[in-house]
Design a protein. Structure first.
Length: 133
């Protein structure tokens, strides 16, 4: 299983927002995460090399942050019924047929909508890389 696949498994088991998972997501996007010993449990990353270090986005807590993980060209559907039935699904138009039925490229259910969206977005990224989700 790839590192991204292992991260998805951890997200599926999450009971709620988790800063360590946020940091792992950030690292999976290719960013270096650093910790400040004066601020325990708080990671920082450099979104633009040589510019400035910022707090790691709260992907597992915020829908706005989780939406930044959705691959370009994908639409999404969020369905937040009860806490155990939060579902996210990502779709895109079929290759070469923008008017055709959209195909699902990532879907998930999780304890929160933000986590479900993180999982669906990471699964879509795996599919883009040609790996099974």
């Amino acid at each position: 299983m790839s590192a991204l696949g292992e991260l998805i498994t951890k997200l599926e088991a999450a009971k709620g927002p988790d800063r360590r998972l946020d940091e792992a997501i950030c690292e999976s996007l290719g960013y270096e995460v650093r910790w400040d010993h004066r601020l325990p449990g708080r990671g920082f990353y450099e979104p633009v090399k040589g510019y400035s270090w910022q707090d790691v986005p709260a992907y597992t807590h915020s829908l706005d942050e989780a939406l930044t993980l959705v691959p370009k060209g994908c639409g999404y559907t969020l369905n937040g019924g009860s806490i155990r039935l939060c579902v996210a699904e990502l779709r895109r138009p079929p290759e070469g047929d923008p008017d055709g039925w959209w195909v699902t490229v990532g879907s998930a259910s999780a304890s929160t909508l933000a986590i479900a969206l993180c999982i669906a977005a990471l699964r879509a990224r795996l599919a883009q890389q040609g790996e099974p989700a």
